[in-house]
Design a protein around this ligand. Structure first.
Ligand code: THU
Length: 128
């Protein structure tokens, strides 16, 4: 299996999801090939929960990475789990039209482009 998919599946095991029970892992590959992982981290307020994808992006940014090639998202669902709307916005801002790989625990995977998941985005080009 692709190392990025394996990294997302491994990161999922660290999920802190006591409220939903829905565990998600993410793995983001930067332009040097380094993989930055994340899992969802839930909060008792619910609203402060952060998704696996955003954890991976923010970890990567905080470690100096700025260009990204691919992101993988792992969850235990038959219909492969895509990034939520908030994560699509964050991924677009930091990664642009990145390849998005979805994978489940059976190892079934799919490759998508972020622009197809997130058409007509609002981004910094509107602010200039
Ligand atoms: N979640 C993610 O981490 N990523 C997704 O792509 C979908 C949703 C998390 C948020 C929350 O902890 C749980 O899954 C249920 O929504």
């Amino acid at each position: 299996m692709d190392a990025l998919l394996e990294a997302a599946l491994a990161a999922r095991k660290h999920a802190h999801a006591p409220f939903s029970g829905f565990q998600v892992g993410a793995a983001l590959e930067d332009d040097s090939g380094r993989i930055h992982t994340g899992c969802n981290v839930e909060n008792a307020t619910y609203g402060l929960t952060i998704c696996a994808e955003r954890v991976a992006v923010f970890k990567a940014i905080s470690e100096g990475a700025r260009k990204f090639r691919r992101v993988a998202v792992a969850a235990d669902t038959g219909a492969l789990t895509p990034p939520c709307g908030a994560c699509r916005q964050i991924l677009w801002e930091f990664c642009g039209d990145i390849e998005v790989l979805l994978v489940n625990l059976e190892g079934r995977s799919e490759s998508l482009r972020l622009k197809d998941l997130f058409p007509r985005p609002f981004d910094a080009t509107f602010l200039s």
